[in-house]
Design a protein around this ligand. Structure first.
Ligand SMILES: [Zn+2]
Length: 68
């Protein structure tokens, strides 16, 4: 698990989105990633995500995982 670099709280998952690599290069395999936004749930923290975790004030980190 990842922790907030400012306060040490465990980060929560927020929104996620997909991205691709090589999708404009026909002779290379297209790689698909899911990017998960990680946010801080600590209300006392400078990087607190706010009440709406799906629309955070600050994204602390983005975790990128290959899908295919
Ligand atoms: Zn924090």
């Amino acid at each position: 698990m990842e922790t907030c670099p400012k306060c040490g709280s465990l980060l929560r998952t927020s929104d996620s989105y997909y991205s691709t690599e090589n999708d404009d290069t026909p002779n290379l395999e297209t790689i698909v990633y899911v990017n998960i936004k990680m946010v801080c749930p600590n209300t006392a923290c400078e990087d607190y995500a706010g009440n709406d975790l799906t629309n955070p004030r600050i994204v602390v980190d983005t975790v990128k995982n290959r899908v295919n």
